[in-house]
Ligand binder design. Structure first.
Ligand SMILES: [Fe+2]
Length: 396
């Protein structure tokens, strides 16, 4: 995150002696990404963060692929993915390539009896339903529906939901949409100045960020299970000390939240292209927020998008709420995939319906990937199978 943040106690100068009031050393850790070129933070631990006690049997989490070469537009019913107790097991990969994993999750229980780290990818969790708190070794972030939680690779975390237990399969429980990106996920560079500050034309500002707070420092010895995802394999390591033993940290590499409801839409006299909706960028994909907004105000404007050929990217839309103006038969929790290589556009009647309308209450997250997506076996289980024909005119 290109702003400086700090929590807890710090020595006045980096890489110098830092001790507790009782005289015990604190142990410094540089936590960076992209070698020594990316953003980094300096952490001070009560105990050396290297004390591995045991390594248990790994579990293969690599997605099972059903369609490796896809040219069909797809409609996936995300809320048909059944709730699962465990947070990691609830995560259901749907669309994948070598850069990203896109999926949904309906966790019934909080992740509190072990710790988790994704060593492969930055994780973007979008909270569709549910409230709770993300606990990390750098502080806590309370969340509510509409929040994006961006967790840089390597962050150790747990997640607590305020409502747990049995959930109806029709989506009354916790619901997440997530993206794992092997390329670091940042705010778009064009929104920032030379110093990293969000510019005036940016649809959100630093004040909208939910920074980690209330650093938890645990001084506990025991058997602490840390599950680490690396190259698609889930490794289980047991550490001697509680992973959340940081007494202070500062820097630029930390998890944060931002609400989709704090994204200020950019509108125009005629239709604005998707980049005005951009929320995050990576080398693997872009993430956009479609939020309630006034429509175009030219007297002859057509608010619905034109047909477009996203020839270089696959487009994934996750529908959150409201009436999505360019699509028929779409509800919350539905994902659509519009593959690169063929054009897509408004459904029959949608363009005509949009003329003269003054606004939309649609809420959706879009992920455009730069490499083609493959469908997992779980995706095929919730694919409606006919969406690719949904642009045909009646009677044909
Ligand atoms: Fe599109």
């Amino acid at each position: 995150m290109p702003i400086y943040h700090h929590l807890g106690q710090l020595p006045p100068k980096r890489h110098t002696v830092f001790k507790s009031p009782a005289g015990a050393f604190y142990y410094e850790q540089l936590f960076g990404t992209v070698g020594f070129d990316g953003m980094s933070s300096l952490l001070y631990h009560l105990h050396r963060p290297t004390q591995v006690q045991a390594v248990l049997d790994p579990v293969d989490l690599r997605p099972s692929l059903a369609v490796e070469h896809n040219i069909m537009s797809r409609k996936l019913i995300g809320f048909d993915v059944a709730p699962v107790d465990d947070f990691l097991q609830s995560r259901t990969p749907l669309l994948v390539n070598n850069d990203v994993v896109i999926g949904v999750a309906a966790p019934r229980q909080s992740l509190t009896d072990y710790f988790y780290k994704n060593a492969d990818a930055d994780e973007l969790l979008f909270v569709h339903r549910g409230t709770g708190t993300l606990h990390t070794l750098l502080g806590q972030i309370p969340f509510v529906p509409g929040d994006y939680l961006l967790i840089p690779r390597g962050m150790i975390y747990q997640i607590a939901f305020n409502e747990t237990g049995p959930a109806d399969a029709d989506s009354t429980g916790n619901r997440l949409f997530y993206v794992e990106s092997t390329s670091p996920m940042y705010t778009p560079k064009r929104y920032r100045n030379h110093f990293g500050q969000q510019l005036e034309h940016s649809p959100y500002s630093e004040r909208d960020l939910k920074l980690p707070q209330d650093l938890e420092t645990h001084d506990e010895r025991g058997d602490f299970v840390l599950k680490i995802k690396k190259e698609g394999i889930l490794h289980t390591l047991v550490y001697d000390y509680h992973p959340f033993d940081v007494v202070g940290w500062d820097g630029y590499n930390f998890p944060y939240g931002i609400s989709i409801h704090d994204f200020e839409p950019i509108t125009g006299r005629i239709h604005q292209p998707p980049p005005v909706h951009q929320m995050f960028e990576t080398k693997a994909c872009v993430v956009c927020s479609f939020v309630p907004r006034l429509f175009d105000y030219h007297p002859q404007a057509i608010p619905a998008p034109y047909n477009h050929s996203n020839i270089d990217s696959d487009e994934v839309l996750y529908y959150v709420d409201g009436n999505f103006m360019s699509r028929n038969g779409i509800g919350p929790g539905v994902l659509t995939l519009h593959p690169g290589g063929i054009p897509h556009g408004p459904h029959p009647g949608a363009m005509e319906r949009s003329i003269g309308k003054t606004g939309t209450d649609e809420l959706a997250v879009m992920v455009d990937t730069f490499r083609s997506l493959r469908l997992t076996t779980q995706a095929m289980g919730i694919d409606d199978g006919v969406y690719f024909q949904s642009w045909r005119e009646e009677g044909k």
